[in-house]
Design a protein around this ligand. Structure first.
Ligand code: GLY
Ligand code: MN
Length: 480
């Protein structure tokens, strides 16, 4: 009964979407009964062309003299037979262009280059009108729109690249990205990605130039590591939507539900708010908590177990990554509370060190030390060297266009966003009192490094024991 009610709510909400495309009003921004829906954003809903323009300017500033960058868009990847995976743009290509299409390529020159009597600073190559593709996949960007989105003044058809000759005598270093390594054996159309890559390889080979990919990735990472105000706006939106997903689950979870039903509530909340799923949702109840990247999400929720929800919405390409661990039946047991509180304490200490000037690894070292002391105090370990049996992963990664974002792991600087995610995992059979067995806790927040103390961007997801238990005790209509 409860479950069918839940799905009625979900189905009803989608019914209004199914009318889109006909002459109907804009989507309803008010709350769907019982689901918390983030307020409409007061921020611009997309990144401006000046953002992408500035990114290229900053790239040019750090490029060595007489160098050029050639970035390829991501390839389309086949899921099965004629069906492709949803397209996800290469994050570096997106960061410097804003273009979300395949079969595209960006060239940035450090110093203006003369080609066929004209001077160029940068050129964007995009797909020509491909009528067959348009019928199946919708309209392509076209030159004017590509200029508007990216701020690149010169946009050409990707078929023009083949015959374009650079003045190689003026070029010392050539940087590219990982898409350079795509399989070249399924070259389908002149001008498509495989064709551009093979022409690029041919041209550089003839000119005797080495293509630098790793060195290029470091240059792009150096820029992407520090977020601009516009990026932080998009990330905050993704983070708030993810917080709402946690809140919805905390209010509606019941022992007889399944992991995939929690996943449905989470991803419903993302999609209803115009966001996407940044990575496969991890909804790991009971012993599944031992699997760091558990995404099967098929189990029934058992009273007394906890469930780890490691989830993230993606907004305009920018990811959130927040983990909450909650008791299935709404109340933590004494042992669960102790382990949970220890992870929370370790996180609090780590966040204190997520501060300008500290090494990237300092928050992890401090979390590790706190967990070590706590595990000894609880009698779970007796040897300092055994911490790694229960705290088995690092504490932080950068967050941005990639969930594990690009960055150089240098000393922390204002504008960087990192996760702080300590965890304790005690599988059955561990060498400790069996009252601790089956307790798996991870708590993850998204942190902005500032000029002062760390700013927790993900406060919206409740994380104190008292807050979680209080929220889970609130009534919702599923029980009415
Ligand atoms: N959210 C999954 C991870 O950070 O690995
Ligand atoms: Mn993470």
């Amino acid at each position: 009964m409860r479950l069918s009610l839940l799905f009625l709510i979900v189905v009803n909400a989608f019914a209004s979407f199914s009318l889109m495309g006909q002459d109907v009003p804009a989507p309803n921004k008010t709350n769907v009964p019982h689901f918390k829906i983030a307020a409409a954003p007061s921020i611009p809903e997309e990144l401006s062309s000046s953002f992408f323009f500035e990114n290229r300017e900053r790239l040019r500033e750090i490029l060595p003299d007489s160098s050029m960058v050639v970035l390829f868009s991501a390839p389309i990847r086949t899921r099965t037979n004629d069906i492709d995976y949803p397209f996800r743009q290469d994050p570096d290509f997106y960061y410097f262009t804003g273009v979300n299409e395949d079969n595209a390529m960006l060239v940035v020159f450090k110093n203006p280059m003369r080609i066929n009597e004209k001077w160029y600073r940068e050129i964007l190559f995009i797909e020509n009108d491909n009528m067959i593709k348009q019928v199946w996949n919708g309209p392509v960007l076209g030159a004017d729109q590509a200029k508007d989105v990216s701020g690149v003044a010169t946009v050409m058809s990707n078929t023009e690249f083949k015959t374009m000759e650079f003045n190689w005598a003026e070029i010392k270093d050539v940087y590219s990205n990982n898409n350079l390594f795509i399989e070249l054996d399924d070259l389908k159309h002149p001008g498509d990605l495989a064709s551009m890559v093979s022409h690029f390889k041919l041209k550089t080979e003839r000119a005797g130039k080495e293509i630098l990919v790793n060195e290029g990735e470091d240059l792009y990472a150096k820029l992407r590591q520090k977020k601009s105000k516009e990026e932080l706006d998009m990330m905050q939106r993704a983070i708030d939507i993810t917080g709402d997903a946690h809140i919805n689950v905390m209010k509606m979870i019941r022992p007889e539900m399944t992991e995939y039903q929690l996943q449905a509530m989470i991803e419903y909340t993302f999609q209803f708010n115009g966001a996407e799923v940044a990575f496969p949702s991890i909804v790991a109840s009971g012993d599944n908590g031992a699997i760091m990247h558990y995404t099967e999400n098929r189990e029934l929720l058992i009273p007394g177990d906890m469930v780890i929800m490691d989830i993230g919405a993606e907004y305009e390409g920018y990811a959130a990554d927040i983990t909450r661990t909650i008791p299935v039946s709404g109340v933590f047991s004494e042992e669960q509370k102790k382990v949970y509180q220890l992870v929370l304490d370790a996180q609090t200490v780590a966040i204190r060190y997520a501060t300008k000037g500290y090494k990237f690894w300092t928050p992890h070292e401090e979390a590790y030390r706190t967990i070590g002391k706590g595990l000894i105090a609880l009698g779970i370990i007796t040897e300092w060297g055994d911490i790694g049996k229960y705290f088995i992963h690092g504490t932080s990664h950068y967050l941005g266009l990639d969930v594990h974002d690009a960055g150089l792991y240098s000393a922390l600087q204002p504008g960087e966003v990192i996760t702080v995610e300590p965890g304790i995992y005690i599988p059955k059979g561990s060498p400790c009192d069996e009252k601790w067995w089956g307790i798996f806790v991870r708590i993850e927040d998204d942190i902005l490094i500032t000029d002062g103390p760390a700013k927790v961007l993900s406060e919206r997801s409740p994380r104190k024991i008292s807050e979680i238990e209080a929220l889970m005790a609130t009534d919702n209509a599923l029980t009415e």
